[in-house]
Design a protein around this ligand. Structure first.
Ligand code: ZN
Ligand code: ZN
Length: 356
C-alpha cells in the first residue's frame, strides 16, 4: 500500500494536480484495499481519505489501509464539502471513464473553486505491471479455469445446450475457489461461433461443428481469460485449416512480445500470418488486452495501439477468424511480459480439441 500511495503522489506531481479522486472499484481496491462497491477516495499532497457509507463501516475498518477512513452520514460528496477536503485545491484529477455525469456534477458542487480534469491514465498506469502477489492471484485464477476446461471437455456431447455448458463452467469455477466468473462465459456452437461475443443460448451442440468456449474467473479480484475451440466427432478439413492459421497467428504474435514493443506491432504480427492465408478480413477484433483487476485493461494490442509493453504486464493473445454461416475459431492465452519476451501462463493444449 505504501508503494502504491507513492505512485499516486507521483501522479499528482506529474499532472500538476492538487488532488486525485478515486471512484472506480478497481482503483479503490488497488490503492485502498477496499473490496466493496460504494466508496470514494480523495488523495492530496497533505493526505489521503477514504469515504464510504454506513453499510461498509465494518468492511472499511477491516480492509482499508494507508488512508484515513470516513463514514459519511449523508452523500460522500456532501461529506467532502463539509470537511473541506478539496479546500484550496485548484485542479483535481478524476477517473474519466469511471465517473458518471451525476457524480461529476455533485463533485463540482461540493468544491466550487476546483477544476476537475481527466486523470484516469496516471491512476491506472501503476496497475498494469503486476507484483508477485498479483501474479500469484492471476495464476490461481488461470489454474481454476484450466481445471474447469478439462472437466467440461469430458461432459460435452451432441445435444447439450450452450447455456448448460456455460452453467457448468460458472458452477465449477466457484466450486474450485473462484470468487466468480471474470465475465459471462461465451459458449457458441456451430454458426454461432462466428459471433465473437455470442452469449450462451438455448442452441444445441452438434457433432462436426466448431464450439467456441471463452471464459475466465476471478481470484482476489484478479482475472483469467481463456479461449479454446472444440469439435465433437470428426473435424472438417476447413475447420482444421482455420485452426492451423489462427494458431500460426498466435505463435507469431507471442514471438513479437517484448518490453518496449508497442501494441500495434504485436497485433500486426498476427494479422500478417492471417493475410498470407487470405483470412485477414475475417479477423474482426483486436489481438488482445491486459488483464488484472479488470478483464480489459492496458496495454491494448490492436491495429492502432501505441501502448508500449512493459515487463510484468499480463496480456491476452487472442487471434480469431469468423466465417459467417460456418463458424469461428479463436485461441486465447494469457502471457506475462518478461525481460526478453513473454512466458505463457495458460498451459492448456492449443490444438483444435477433437472430442471423440
Ligand atoms: Zn476471452
Ligand atoms: Zn480476452
Amino acid at each position: 500500500v505504501r508503494r502504491r500511495s507513492g505512485a499516486l503522489r507521483d501522479a499528482l506531481r506529474a499532472g500538476g494536480l492538487d488532488a486525485l479522486l478515486l471512484s472506480s472499484a478497481h482503483a479503490l481496491r488497488y490503492y485502498a484495499g477496499f473490496t466493496g462497491t460504494s466508496g470514494l477516495a480523495v488523495v492530496t499532497p497533505a493526505g489521503a481519505w477514504f469515504l464510504t457509507d454506513p453499510r461498509y463501516r465494518e468492511q472499511a475498518r477491516a480492509e482499508v489501509r494507508g488512508m484515513r477512513r470516513i463514514v459519511a452520514s449523508g452523500t460522500l460528496t456532501g461529506e467532502i464539502a463539509a470537511r473541506g477536503l478539496l479546500q484550496g485545491c485548484r485542479r483535481a484529477g478524476f477517473e474519466e471513464e469511471q465517473v458518471t455525469a451525476d457524480l461529476l456534477a455533485h463533485l463540482r458542487r461540493s468544491a466550487r473553486g476546483t477544476r476537475f480534469v481527466p486523470a484516469g491514465t496516471p491512476v491506472e498506469a501503476p496497475m498494469l505491471r503486476k507484483d508477485t502477489e498479483e501474479l500469484a492471484a492471476i495464476r490461481r485464477a488461470i489454474g481454476i479455469s484450466e481445471r474447469v476446461l478439462d472437466e467440461v471437455l469430458g461432459l460435452l456431447r451432441p445435444g447439450l445446450r450452450e447455456r448448460e455448458v456455460a452453467a457448468e463452467i460458472s458452477h465449477r469455477q466457484r466450486l474450485y475457489g473462484a470468487d466468480g466468473d471474470a465475465f459471462e462465459p461465451i459458449v457458441a456452437a456451430g454458426a454461432r461461433s462466428a459471433l465473437p461475443h455470442a452469449r450462451a443460448s438455448a442452441g444445441r451442440i452438434k457433432a462436426g461443428e466448431p464450439l467456441l468456449l471463452d471464459f475466465g474467473c476471478t481470484v482476489a479480484g484478479y482475472r483469467s481469460d481463456l479461449t479454446r475451440t472444440v469439435v465433437l466427432g470428426r473435424a472438417p478439413a476447413r475447420l482444421r485449416a482455420l485452426h492451423a492459421a489462427v494458431l500460426a497467428a498466435q505463435e507469431a504474435a507471442m514471438a513479437a512480445v517484448r518490453p518496449g514493443t508497442d501494441g500495434r506491432t504485436v497485433d500486426a504480427a498476427a494479422r500478417g500470418e492471417l493475410r498470407r492465408r487470405g483470412l485477414e478480413r475475417h479477423f474482426v477484433h483486436s489481438l488482445g488486452h491486459g488483464i488484472g483487476l479488470r478483464i480489459h485493461e492496458g496495454p491494448r494490442l490492436s491495429a492502432r495501439s501505441t501502448d508500449p509493453l512493459a515487463e510484468g504486464e499480463v496480456v491476452t493473445i487472442e487471434p480469431g477468424v469468423y466465417l459467417p454461416g460456418f463458424g469461428g475459431v479463436r485461441i486465447e492465452d494469457d502471457v506475462l511480459v518478461t525481460g526478453r519476451g513473454c512466458r505463457r501462463l495458460t498451459r492448456s493444449p492449443r490444438d483444435l480439441l477433437v472430442i471423440a
